[in-house]
Design a protein around this ligand. Structure first.
Ligand SMILES: Cc1cc2nc3c(=O)[nH]c(=O)nc-3n(C[C@H](O)[C@H](O)[C@H](O)COP(=O)(O)OP(=O)(O)OC[C@H]3O[C@@H](n4cnc5c(N)ncnc54)[C@H](O)[C@@H]3O)c2cc1C
Length: 330
């Protein structure tokens, strides 16, 4: 059925789900499988930009609408969303320049089609972040970096789950950008299209920080500082697309359902504030630390517990495990 759930409240032994249209459904258990949240609007974006200049959610509409060949587009972010936005603009026939900026300017690497077999790691790696990084580097010298990253895959969730919160936070702060571009790669054909756009001078990836954005006629004037530089540079762009990736902080979700659940103390952010706090059985942990007997969550919003739970194969495994645990669903 179609409908937006705007509230879920515990009722007796089960749950009552209130829909935006006013209807109420009842269930023994509720599984939040709400996918990713839209990205956070960067603080540098002012509220008074001319209409249509800033696209807050690249998935919500047509990012190429109204652009012409002489226009310039700024993508905030250089990850998979920026790659997708660049290809969307190209596919729409946009012929102007695209500039993608992120702090490090790191871009997802292409897959290596010649990589046929990834040697198994005999056992789950152990040690702190520095030791693990050394291990991956040394394995990369023997078997190539793609295989050295891919052979961690069967162990990633367990490594994350067993890491103390402090180590997880340090990983997010220091290693995540490297992890993201090496682990979440793009198809070789996509890599070739992106390289071709770069060669033609239609797309560039820059490392730097946005300093200010202000209205300039029907466009926006962007001041940014290149990484490592003292001075700033200016750009005038017709469109700015927010490619900073999904938000994870459930206390700032802007989604009615999550806001209701957070206000009622039924969900809380995980220690890294990248999703909903759940236990190892996908039970949502309430504000007081108690796992719910009837409210569960799966998918990207549980990345705080498992880290690698964004790709469909990982979500499939999580779903299967949860289905076996809820009576009558397996
Ligand atoms: C551009 C892009 C490319 C990707 N490429 C790949 C890929 O190649 N391989 C891969 O494995 N993964 C890929 N992913 C990731 C993958 O698509 C997602 O992680 C996955 O779809 C998540 O599945 P899900 O069922 O948890 O959520 P979703 O597929 O996002 O579904 C969530 C559903 O919940 C609904 N919903 C949310 N809130 C409410 C509410 N309050 N009431 C009612 N309904 C609600 C939404 O409308 C939606 O239908 C990609 C993601 C993106 C954005």
């Amino acid at each position: 059925m179609a409908g937006e759930a705007v509230a879920v409240t515990r009722e007796g032994e089960g749950e009552a789900i209130q829909l935006a249209g006013g209807e109420t459904l009842r269930a023994d258990a509720v599984i939040l499988s709400i996918g990713n949240l839209p990205p956070i609007v960067p603080a540098v974006i002012p509220a008074d930009l001319p209409e249509g200049v800033f696209v807050a959610d690249p998935w919500a509409g047509d990012i190429a609408a109204g652009l012409s060949a002489g226009d310039r587009v700024l993508l905030i972010g250089t990850g998979l969303t920026a790659i997708d936005a660049a290809l969307t603009l190209e596919a729409s026939g946009f012929e102007g320049r695209i500039i993608a900026i992120s702090r490090r300017g790191m871009v997802p690497r292409p897959h290596d089609r010649s990589l046929l077999e990834v040697p198994n790691l005999p056992e789950r790696p152990s040690g702190g972040m520095a030791e693990m990084t050394r291990m991956v580097r040394s394995n990369a010298e023997r078997i190539g970096w793609q295989a050295a990253v891919d052979q961690l895959r069967p162990h990633t969730q367990a490594l994350w789950a067993s890491a103390p919160a402090g180590r997880r936070k340090r990983f997010l702060r220091h290693l995540r950008p490297y992890w993201d571009v090496h682990r979440h790669r793009i198809a070789p054909e996509i890599g070739e299209r992106i390289e071709a756009m770069q060669r033609q001078g239609r797309l560039s990836f820059e490392a730097g920080k946005l300093v200010s954005v202000e209205p300039s006629g029907a466009a926006a004037r962007v001041t940014w500082r290149r990484r490592g530089a003292d001075g700033t540079e200016e750009l005038t762009v017709t469109r700015i697309v927010n490619c900073t990736g999904p938000r994870g902080d459930v206390t700032r979700s802007g989604e009615p359902l999550l806001e209701q659940l957070a206000a009622a103390g039924r969900v809380r952010p995980d220690p890294c504030r990248i999703g909903i706090d759940v236990d190892e059985n996908c039970r949502v942990i309430a504000g007081d630390g108690t796992p719910s007997p009837s409210l569960y969550a799966i998918g990207p919003m549980t990345r705080g517990a498992l880290w690698e739970v964004v790709a469909v194969p990982d979500i499939r495994v999580q779903t299967d495990k949860l289905a076996r645990q809820i009576p009558g669903t397996a």
